[in-house]
Design a protein around this ligand. Structure first.
Ligand SMILES: NC(=O)C1=CN([C@@H]2O[C@H](COP(=O)(O)OP(=O)(O)OC[C@H]3O[C@@H](n4cnc5c(N)ncnc54)[C@H](O)[C@@H]3O)[C@@H](O)[C@H]2O)C=CC1
Ligand SMILES: O=C(O)CCC(=O)C(=O)O
Length: 488
């Protein structure tokens, strides 16, 4: 079934066939630790995208009629195939976007667990019986698929994000067209191989690679697309929303974050330091849930700052395939440049760079996009580094008087994805839960960290309001029919 030209060259997967693009052009995926090509995918044409949507549209009825239980079984099969290939997929992820191997393995294992969670949905209810005011009637709801769903994903979670969109879309009876970010499309293709081998009916699962502005945009604009799910930047997300709203199709967006961690005077400072480092610097800060602002009460500010810098000094940066490396490179040249730009902006705006923020050079560092995690002291809530999503390993430390001021600073952003508080005071915890304007509220825990069975999503500019994962996914991927039956 796989028609790779040679190792790590991948084709599109349309109507159960691996096909090369008529464009004859390939997109090269670069290993950010070496700047070498690690694989190639197709630079597809609009015509190929159209074929994929047509195939998905044609497959809609057969797939819906197969029934939820049988659809679930195919997801179980896909999960086993992914499990057999876990190491290869994780290694590809590490080589393609720089996440460390343990993180990549963890993410792939998460993808398998997500598949099994939604596979089991195959055996769960599709609706509810509701009492009718007519005692002779039966009234019930039945969930029905939306039809063809477009799936547009970013590069930072190349396995988990596509799977948490695709698995529920499929089990609830939708067919899909998947367009991954080019920076992680080789890893995406390896997941597609697992779906392809599981034996879905023709046209149910389609995969087209190419540029966002052509393939992504044409996908959203295709008249036969019934819904679109997107994770990525706020700028593109807003455009997706406009295009989808103009066509009247259902859309779901997960976009940026500027996630704060509050450290109060009665926090366990060691616990806060450990969680902030993990939240801010794992995956080189390239998570929408990453901690990027740390708002600290003045009573513990100096102690927290000193312990944070001490612990950050111990972080080892290097090629993520190496065992003793804790933080890998920036995922791409563009991410690397963005990091450097924001470090300069922070300095120019008057924040004090007290650790890191440098480009690493010499030896193997010269071959990749390596930087040291940056900590800015004396940042204010209004500075650019406290307002804009950097998507890199940068912390802005903001000193405040008390909890009220901390929550005000934490909410002073257009985003609202995740927020942490470190405190042992129950009143502070309760106030934080009530007042913080985010979708993920984390108490004595890092801002990143998502559980597949719980709703995931943000408030304000971070999302379109709907939630992904867990039972919440059903709300997006289905429509409800209310059925009223009476005997004749
Ligand atoms: N919230 C999150 O999880 C993520 C946020 N980002 C943010 O976005 C910044 C840029 O990263 P990118 O990967 O360039 O994000 P992006 O938003 O450009 O790309 C995300 C996906 O959208 C596609 N896309 C791009 N333009 C499109 C268009 N006009 N129509 C339809 N689809 C389109 C891309 O090909 C990719 O598959 C990052 O530095 C970060 O700040 C990036 C990735 C994930
Ligand atoms: O933290 C996570 O596991 C998910 C984060 C995420 O969705 C993202 O960065 O796009």
């Amino acid at each position: 079934m796989k028609t790779t030209i040679k190792e790590e060259h991948y084709s599109n997967y349309i109507n159960n066939e691996w096909v090369q693009s008529a464009s004859g052009k390939l997109i090269t995926s670069i290993n950010p630790a070496t700047k070498e090509a690690m694989g190639y995918v197709q630079s597809s044409t609009e015509e190929e995208l159209n074929k994929a949507v047509e195939a998905a549209d044609k497959a809609k009825k057969v797939w819906r009629k197969l029934g939820q239980a049988a659809r679930g079984q195919l997801l179980f099969k896909t999960a086993s195939l992914l499990e057999e290939n876990l190491n290869e997929i994780a290694e590809s992820m590490t080589k393609e976007m720089g996440k460390t191997l343990p993180e990549a393995k963890g993410e792939t294992a998460r993808g398998i667990a997500i598949l099994r969670y939604y596979a089991a949905e195959g055996m769960r209810k599709e609706g509810d019986v509701i009492p009718s005011s007519d005692s002779e009637a039966l009234m019930f709801t039945k969930r029905t698929p939306l039809g063809v769903v477009g799936v547009i994903t970013p590069w930072n979670f190349p396995v988990a994000i596509p799977i948490w969109k695709i698995a529920p879309a499929l089990v609830y009876g939708n067919t899909i067209v998947f367009k991954p970010a080019s920076e992680a499309a080789v890893t995406a293709a390896k997941i597609v191989e697992c779906f392809a081998k599981a034996g879905f009916p023709e046209g149910v699962f389609n995969f087209v690679t190419g540029s966002g502005s052509v393939i992504g945009q044409k996908l959203i604009d295709h008249p036969k697309l019934n819904a679109i799910t997107f994770t990525g930047s706020e700028q593109v997300g807003q455009n997706v929303a406009k295009s989808a709203a103009a066509r009247g199709i259902k859309f779901q967006l997960e976009m940026g974050g500027k996630n704060p961690a509050i450290v109060t005077k009665n926090a366990n400072v060691e616990q806060a330091v450990e969680a902030v480092i993990s939240g801010a610097f794992k995956s080189s800060g390239q998570k929408c849930t990453a901690t990027s602002r740390v708002v600290v009460e003045e009573a513990v500010y100096e102690e927290f700052k000193q312990k944070l810098v001490e612990a950050t000094k111990k972080i080892t940066v290097g090629n993520s395939l190496e065992e003793d490396v804790w933080m890998g490179p920036s995922a791409s040249e563009s991410q690397f440049n963005t990091f450097n730009e924001y470090v300069e902006i922070g300095k120019q705006e008057g924040a004090k760079l007290i650790h890191g923020g440098e480009v690493l050079t010499g030896g193997n560092y010269d071959n990749g996009f390596f930087v040291t995690p940056a900590i800015f002291d004396e940042a204010t809530a209004e500075m650019t580094i406290s307002q804009e999503e950097i998507f890199g390993p940068v912390i802005a430390l903001i000193k405040v008087k008390d909890l009220a001021e901390a929550i005000e600073a934490a909410n002073n952003t257009k985003y609202g994805l995740s927020a942490s508080i470190f405190t042992s005071d129950i009143n502070s915890i309760l106030e934080f839960i009530d007042e913080i304007e985010v979708g993920l509220v984390r108490i004595n825990a890092e801002s990143a960290g998502v559980e597949l069975q719980a709703p995931f999503g943000g408030m304000k500019g971070s999302s379109s309001g709907s939630r992904e994962q867990g039972e919440a996914a059903k709300e997006f991927y289905t429509a409800i029919k209310t059925v009223f039956i009476k005997g004749s």
